[in-house]
Design a protein. Structure first.
Length: 204
């Protein structure tokens, strides 16, 4: 059973439907009692960094999530904004993130003469693995995922980078630190590659 945390910021139904397609049961919840019992967590998110942190704070979920992830070492997958709020800071907001990973969130900035790279970055792009991990094992250079974002993650520790993607610059599209995994793309919108990745997370 995977617990999908509902803090008012995510594409929750699509994630649950994709998990269902690969035979993985899940529950969408904001109930602290449900989250206390979680054995795997998905932290989704679509929207602004500051708003996401404010929602978690208003719902009194930050301390509980810290305990589950940092103390109990429950596997957690952050998707898009969910990945970004695991970081320390963001150029999109003034307050701190959860700080689970030593990383910061930066805004895409391209020269005016660069007509190839629009912001937000929307569409399919390749992901290149940078280290071994069960969630990306066997993925090749043709593995593509669907992205929608104006900000990107920059890990401060190279050892934390799990995969990178090129969009005008090389940015960290996945990180992995112990039980913590982040993915900037949307596996729930990435067809068979996304299904494979979510299945791998369920099997970790």
């Amino acid at each position: 059973m995977i617990t999908i945390v509902d803090y008012g910021m995510g594409n929750l139904g699509s994630i649950r439907n994709m998990l269902k397609r690969v035979g993985v049961p899940s529950v969408i919840t904001s109930d602290p009692e449900d989250i206390k019992k979680a054995t795997k967590i998905v932290l989704p998110g679509v929207g602004a960094f500051s708003t996401g942190m404010e929602k978690l704070n208003e719902m009194n979920l930050i301390q509980l999530l810290n305990r589950k992830v940092l103390e109990e070492k429950v596997p957690v997958l952050g998707i898009c904004l969910g990945m970004q709020i695991m970081c320390k800071t963001s150029e999109e907001g003034v307050g701190p993130g959860l700080g689970w990973v030593n990383a910061d969130v930066k805004k895409f900035q391209f020269p005016l003469e660069d007509t190839l790279h629009k912001v937000p970055h929307i569409g399919w792009n390749y992901m290149v693995s940078k280290k071994e991990h069960p969630i990306v094992s066997g993925f090749d250079q043709k593995t593509r995922f669907y992205f929608v974002h104006s900000y990107y993650v920059k890990c401060n520790e190279q050892a934390d980078v799990l995969a990178q993607t090129e969009y005008g610059i090389e940015f960290d599209s996945m990180f992995a630190v112990d039980n913590i995994i982040g993915a900037q793309f949307h596996p729930e919108k990435s067809h068979r590659f996304g299904m494979d990745l979510l299945k791998r997370f369920a099997e970790i």
